[in-house]
Write a protein that binds this ligand. Structure first.
Ligand code: ASP
Length: 459
């Protein structure tokens, strides 16, 4: 409308994020057990969980209003997250089937896969090198006095042994075997992205082997359904500012700020290395190889980065990433659906970088001198763990156990960083999602599934 200026969605999300963090931190600081007692609530945990407790019999109307507000905020966040998860599987399935069928040649699929994996390997190696360099230069583990270390680890033993119990085999061959689906419905129900990618490519490739009159209607239906689910992402994103505000207020109110202070150097090293991965690796690759303006790239994926930061889940962010990369950065559908869907599972540079820094941090904290060979082992394990980690909150944390054990470091060390893990997860998920967008832009420039370069059209 002439004369009216609309604020871009990513700015609305930024404002919501800042307000949410502000409110959450204020609650964290000033809404104490004493405040609850003033409202007649003796056991705030039970009250907020809706459990009956004698201690809360005197809860007044203000406490009830606070409870309603907390529940409404949790509900708004959950609706947004669930809708994103709901869209992710059909979006990937239908887009990949129709894209693979449209390619018309199985060899072109192989080229697309080869180029994608090659690029992912390069950025992963860079991420691990940056993590190793940062942790060796600054030595964050040396800044944690023994008393603080014990205090931080106390109370986390249960969480650490739970992580150790869940740490499955993440060797090269087991990761590869896990990509082969046995039951298509099971893969869809579990939202196993790698299996869905393999399945969709198989269906799409076989569609190209059928006569046109048989394959045509199937491809059209998949194409149409893809458009429908992409539209749903657009509708769901209108909820984003409210949902981000609610999710951030909740997360920030639960963050233990004292822990951040105690592990300040560690947090700075992780965030500094993640920033270096974006500024020194991703953006130059986008500009030099993807031949896309850095400003355009950053503006184009801002929404996905903000959702990644808020949700700590690259799987939940996948629909938003796909929409940003296709609609804002003009990358063709077949590249977006393949690179982003595969990337959500196997391309987690932020996670690999984080695991490398944590391993060196734990070694430094316990006074263990790691040889070059041991650091190489850590790098190899971090790479495998990042490929095997699921794109969910703390998906990479569980796999830290294997990385530490590979060089005989004490797994109790994980307990020390658990207090800041959520905050670090938010940051590394942004990098994971950015890496998928970088991959899409570059693979499209290299020619996507075809031969000659497919220039990304102007926004
Ligand atoms: N939360 C990360 C992601 O979804 C995985 C991790 O824990 O590192 O990408």
């Amino acid at each position: 409308m002439a004369g009216t200026r609309r604020i871009a969605l990513h700015w609305k999300i930024v404002i919501a994020l800042v307000l949410g963090v502000g409110l959450g931190l204020a609650l964290n600081q000033w809404w104490t057990a004493e405040t609850w007692r003033g409202l007649g609530v003796g056991d705030a945990g039970a009250f907020l969980a809706g459990k009956a407790s004698e201690a809360n019999a005197q809860a007044d109307w203000r406490a009830q209003a606070a409870l309603v507000a907390a529940r409404a905020a949790a509900f708004a966040g959950l609706v947004f997250l669930n809708l994103l998860r709901f869209v992710a599987v059909p979006l990937v399935l239908f887009s990949l089937i129709s894209a693979a069928a449209g390619m018309g040649d199985v060899r072109r699929l192989g080229r697309l896969g080869g180029r994608t994996v090659a690029l992912f390997a390069v950025t992963l190696a860079a991420a691990i090198a940056i993590g190793l360099a940062g942790a060796n230069l600054v030595r964050p583990g040396a800044y944690v006095p023994e008393a603080a270390r014990e205090a931080l680890a106390a109370g986390q033993t249960q969480a650490v042994s739970a992580a150790a119990g869940r740490a499955a085999d993440h060797g090269f061959w087991s990761i590869l075997s896990a990509c082969v689906p046995t039951n298509p419905f099971d893969a869809l129900a579990r939202a196993d992205m790698m299996q869905i990618v393999v399945m969709a490519l198989l269906i799409g490739a076989c569609l190209t082997l059928l006569p046109r009159e048989k394959s045509g209607p199937v491809s059209s239906v998949c194409d149409g359904l893809y458009e429908v689910f992409l539209k749903i992402v657009g509708v769901v994103m209108r909820l984003a500012p409210l949902a981000v505000f609610c999710l951030m207020a909740r997360t920030a109110s639960q963050l233990g700020l004292d822990v951040v202070k105690a592990l300040g150097v560690f947090c700075l090293v992780v965030v500094g290395c993640l920033l270096a991965q974006v500024v020194l690796v991703y953006l130059p690759i986008v500009a030099a190889v993807g031949r896309m303006g850095v400003g355009r790239f950053v503006r184009g994926i801002a929404e996905a980065q903000l959702v990644a930061f808020t949700t700590s889940s690259s799987a939940a962010t996948l629909p938003v990433t796909m929409r940003c990369v296709e609609e804002r950065l003009g990358v063709p559908k077949e590249v977006v659906s393949f690179v982003c869907a595969a990337g959500t599972t196997i391309n987690m540079d932020g996670t690999a970088l984080y695991q490398t820094v944590v391993a060196l941090f734990v070694a430094q904290m316990y006074g263990v001198d790691l040889s070059l060979g041991q650091q190489v082992t850590i790098a190899r394990m971090a790479a495998l763990a990042s490929v095997g980690a699921p794109g969910i909150p703390s998906g990479g944390t569980v796999l830290l156990v294997g990385v530490l054990q590979s060089v005989g470091l004490p797994v109790e060390g994980i307990g020390v960083i658990l207090g800041v893990d959520r905050l670090m997860d938010m940051c590394r998920t942004v990098v994971n999602v950015t890496g998928d967008a970088v991959g899409s832009v570059v693979v499209a420039r290299w020619g996507g599934a075809g031969g000659a370069g497919t220039p990304a059209p102007a926004a």
